[in-house]
Design a protein around this ligand. Structure first.
Ligand code: ADP
Ligand code: ADP
Length: 219
C-alpha cells in the first residue's frame, strides 16, 4: 500500500485574477511504504508547491491527496492539522530549531504537544540523537553546534512523533559539499533504520541517485 498518493493534482496561483500562474497540471505520483523517492526539479518548476500540497499546508485546485489510504483533500482544517502532526515530518534547507532550547528539548517539545509523556519524550529524544551520532550534544543549544549538527537535530525533530512520511526540501542544501554528503548519509541511515517513507527534493543528482526512485518535475 502507498503512504502517499497525489492523484491528478492541479494548482494555479492567482486564479481568476489578471495574471494567473499555472504551476502543477494534472500531476500524479505515489510514495510506497518504506520507499525513499527523490524529487528533482529546476527552480520555479513547482517543487515547493508540490511539497506544501503533499504536506497539507496548502490545497490543490483539483485532484486528491491520499495519505495512508485516506483522502485528505476535502477534510476540515482540524483533521488536516492532526494528520500533519501525527503522520508527517518536515525538514527544510534551514534547521528552524528553537534557539533558546537544547537539542534534546527541540525533539521533546513536539512530542509533548502530541500528548506523549515527558519521560517517554525524553527517552525518544535521546534515542534519536544517538542514531545521528549526537548523544554528546543533547544539552547544547543550536548556536553551540555546527551547521551539520544542527541539521542532524532537525532530522531527529522531524521524526519525533514517528511520522509515516518524511517530506524534505533540500535537506542538506545549506551545507558545504563535503558536510552535505556526510549529513545526507546520516539522514538516509536514519530513514532506512526506522523504515520511514520519504519524498526528498534535491538539486544534487548524486544524492538523488542513491534513493529508490527519482521523479523529475516537468517530466
Ligand atoms: P520551486 O520550489 O520549484 O522553485 P515554487 O513551487 O516555489 O517552485 O513556485 C512555482 C511557481 O509558482 C513559480 O513561478 C513561482 O513564482 C510561482 N508562485 C509560487 N507561489 C506563488 C504565489 N503565492 N503566488 C503566485 N505565484 C506563486
Ligand atoms: P497549531 O497552531 O495548532 O500548532 P499549526 O497549523 O500551526 O497548528 O501546526 C500544526 C502542525 O503543522 C504542527 O505540527 C506544526 O509544526 C506543523 N506546521 C505548521 N506550519 C508548518 C510549516 N510551514 N511547515 C511544516 N510544518 C508546519
Amino acid at each position: 500500500s502507498d503512504v502517499l498518493v497525489l492523484d491528478a493534482i492541479s494548482k494555479t496561483y492567482g486564479k481568476g485574477g489578471p495574471a494567473p500562474v499555472s504551476v502543477l497540471q494534472n500531476l500524479s505520483l505515489s510514495v510506497g511504504r518504506g520507499e525513499v523517492v527523490a524529487l528533482v526539479a529546476p527552480s520555479g518548476a513547482g517543487k515547493s508547491t508540490l511539497l506544501h500540497i503533499a504536506g497539507l499546508l496548502d490545497t490543490a485546485d483539483t485532484g486528491r491527496v491520499i495519505l495512508n489510504g485516506r483522502d485528505m483533500s476535502g477534510q476540515p482544517d482540524r483533521t488536516r492539522t492532526e494528520a500533519r502532526r501525527q503522520d508527517l515530518g518536515f525538514v527544510y534547507q534551514f534547521h528552524h530549531l528553537l534557539p533558546e532550547f537544547s537539542a534534546a528539548e527541540n525533539i521533546v517539545l513536539p512530542q509533548l504537544a502530541n500528548g506523549v509523556s515527558s519521560s517517554a519524550a525524553q527517552a525518544r529524544a535521546r534515542d534519536l540523537l544517538g542514531r545521528v551520532g549526537l548523544s554528546h550534544r543533547a544539552d547544547h543549544r543550536p548556536a553551540q553546534m555546527s551547521g551539520g549538527e544542527q541539521q542532524r537535530v532537525a532530522f531527529c525533530r522531524a521524526l519525533a512523533n514517528a511520522p509515516s512520511l518524511l517530506l524534505a526540501d533540500e535537506p542538506t542544501g545549506n551545507l558545504d559539499p563535503a558536510t552535505s554528503d556526510k549529513v545526507f548519509d546520516v539522514l538516509m541511515t536514519l530513514v532506512r533504520d526506522t523504515g520511514l517513507s520519504a519524498l526528498i527534493a534535491t538539486h544534487n543528482m548524486d544524492l538523488a541517485a542513491r534513493m529508490d526512485r527519482v521523479i523529475r518535475l516537468g517530466d
